[in-house]
Design a protein around this ligand. Structure first.
Ligand SMILES: Nc1ncnc2c1ncn2[C@@H]1O[C@H](COP(=O)(O)OP(=O)(O)OP(=O)(O)O)[C@@H](O)[C@H]1O
Length: 582
């Protein structure tokens, strides 16, 4: 576990941990020495001249004072290392979240990540002060006591030396059994936490369909599995714990019997026997507390292992020799993409896709739901890497562009808008914290956010709530568009909202898109014809393949899928591409 502490703390945290371990080891040895000195103290007191006790008493007092000093320093050092542990872990986890590929963040892993950053970091924080100290003293104090026993009676020392490895083996056996059971229980608790989270988040859907907790099978199953893991821990783990307690008591009984027989045959004096028995009681106490500390250490070790595993996840590969894009064009060449680790998914979501978005042009990407449109957007921003083929920005493969450079070139507006719990202004300024008020006003005007701000009593200072919950879908969308515009990246990818905009806002959005097309390379994943008709080129994506491309007029003349979309729209006002099928 100490190794894992070093691993998660990294090089900067290793020095305070070294110092802490030194203090804790020193205190544990001094505690053992103080107990050992009780033997000569007792022997002198029960011996012929009680005045002989003075030098031993002085040595005992010296040991106790030195122990108290080291123990005090070790205690405060434990808290210092604990709070450093929390700081370092939060920072390293945040850094790691930035470096991990987006594909890593499945729902389960996201929940595990927030558990690790929340309750698990708090749990691990207390390890140096509350677990490490008792654990070290429960190992080093008995070792010191056994070594001291040799000075008083070699035979007792030898018996203890033989018994110690047996006790250690029994304890290790019980620890590894409990560790396996703990791991199983941790996994079951994690699963229950995920299901409770899912159950809480999906309350609107569950209530709409009249599902109660009892009727929500996934949660029921997870809770039953957790209860089973708890029972397994108690039933299978108990024999291990009991066997260790039994073994320590057996060693005590053996030594008591031997001590009495040695006293009876005259080879051990009564005062030495009594003093050794006092020492043995202390020894058994210390060894037993090793078992208790071991339980806490086991849990902390499992947690540290999970933290270490997340911190060791390989980051998204960055270019060895970075290049800078030459312009703001985007090019897909023979791009095939499958989801799954390393592109192992069964289905090619994009299949041999080739297109080019010239600089300062507008392209509309249309197609039925699930055709792969959002996947195209995520490949431009290199949220994921292609399975085959190349995505180039300004003539340079996105894999040869640094993450910062790529972020500076591409702005994205997704349908699922996430806002941070702050004001509207803070949310827009995330894109460019130093932007002046003229830039902010321009972004607001282009996105239609200025109207929202005019209607809200607190204007720019309106609190949006967690995730933007206090704003409507359309308002959130406009904050998100303003944010993307303020960033002023030369390439803008807009995943047009299907439902969030009403007709008035739709016209406004279409106007903003037209203005932007003159300034930026624009890719709009379009669901509305008012956006599509003005595009310089329209790409029709079906089942991961581009089946048609051209301007609106070209495609109408071609009488293909796009033309049939258009005719449907003419028949039914309020047409949506995403639901349509040719
Ligand atoms: N993280 C993922 N893991 C596995 N499959 C995914 C993932 N994201 C999307 N897919 C699958 O890839 C396909 C294309 O999804 P994508 O979101 O790109 O489609 P889309 O055209 O944008 O759809 P929509 O218009 O409904 O947003 C779908 O079949 C979807 O189920």
């Amino acid at each position: 576990m100490i190794r894992q502490l070093y691993r998660v703390l990294g090089p900067e945290g290793s020095r305070p941990l070294n110092r802490l371990l030194l203090l804790q080891c020193g205190a544990a040895v001094l505690q053992g020495a103080a107990f050992a000195l009780l033997v000569p103290v007792l022997k002198a007191l029960l011996g012929t001249d009680p005045a002989d006790v003075r030098p031993w008493l002085a040595a005992f007092a010296g040991c106790v004072i030195a122990y108290a000093a080291l123990q005090g320093a070790a205690l405060s050092g434990g808290f210092t290392v604990g709070s450093q542990l929390s700081r370092v872990l939060h920072r390293r986890l945040a850094d790691q979240a930035l470096r991990l590929p987006l594909g890593w963040f499945t729902a389960g892993r996201t929940a595990e990540f927030s558990r690790l950053a929340g309750q698990n970091v708090i749990q691990v924080m207390s390890t140096p002060a509350h677990l490490l100290r008792p654990f070290i003293s429960s190992v080093l104090t008995p070792v010191t006591l056994i070594a001291a026993t040799f000075f008083f009676d070699v035979r007792t020392g030898l018996v203890l030396l033989v018994c110690a490895p047996v006790l250690y083996a029994v304890q290790q056996g019980s620890t590894s059994l409990m560790r396996r059971l703990d791991l199983g229980r941790d996994a079951a608790i994690g699963e229950s936490a995920d299901r409770v989270l899912e159950y809480t988040r999906n309350q609107p859907v569950l209530r709409a369909f009249g599902r109660t907790a009892e009727g929500y099978g996934a949660l029921d199953d997870a809770l039953v599995a957790e209860a089973r893991a708890d029972r397994r821990l108690i039933v299978r783990g108990l024999p291990g714990l009991v066997s260790f307690t039994f073994a320590t008591r057996l060693v005590f009984a053996l030594l008591l019997a031997l001590g009495v027989s040695w006293q009876l045959d005259g080879s051990l004096t009564v005062p030495t026997l009594l003093a050794l028995l006092v020492l043995l009681v202390r020894l058994i106490d210390s060894v037993s507390s090793a078992a208790e500390a071991g339980a806490g250490m086991r849990i902390a070790r499992n947690t540290l292992e999970r933290l270490g595993a997340v911190l060791d996840e390989p980051p998204f590969p960055q270019p060895a020799e970075p290049q800078t894009p030459h312009d703001a064009s985007v090019e897909f060449t023979g791009v095939t993409f499958r989801y799954g680790a390393g592109g192992t998914g069964e289905r090619a979501v994009l299949d041999d896709v080739t297109f080019r978005l010239p600089e300062r042009s507008m392209t509309a990407l249309v197609g039925p739901s699930g055709a792969g449109k959002t996947t195209v957007a995520s490949l431009i921003a290199r949220f994921r890497d292609t399975t085959q083929g190349t995505v180039r920005i300004g003539g340079v493969d996105v894999r040869d562009i640094t993450a910062d450079d790529l972020a500076a070139h591409v702005s994205l507006v997704f349908q699922d808008v996430y806002l941070f719990d702050g004001t509207i202004e803070e949310n827009v300024r995330i894109a460019a914290p130093d932007a002046d008020s003229a830039d902010l006003a321009e972004a607001a005007a282009l996105s239609g956010l200025d109207r929202v701000i005019g209607e809200l009593p607190d204007g720019w200072d309106t609190k949006v709530g967690e995730g933007g919950a206090r704003l409507s879908g359309g308002q959130r969308q406009r904050v998100s568009i303003a944010r993307a515009l303020l960033k002023d990246a030369p390439i803008l990818v807009l995943d047009e909202a299907t439902a969030a905009l009403d007709q008035e806002n739709e016209a406004l959005f279409a106007e903003a898109v037209r203005v932007l097309a003159d300034r930026k390379t624009l890719l709009v994943i379009a669901h509305r014809l008012s956006t599509v008709v003005h595009a310089d080129q329209i790409l029709v994506l079906e089942n991961g393949r581009i089946t048609e491309r051209g301007t609106h007029d070209d495609l109408i003349t071609a009488c293909g899928t796009y033309a049939s979309f258009w005719q449907r729209r003419a028949r039914a006002h309020g047409w949506r591409l995403e639901g349509a099928r040719p």
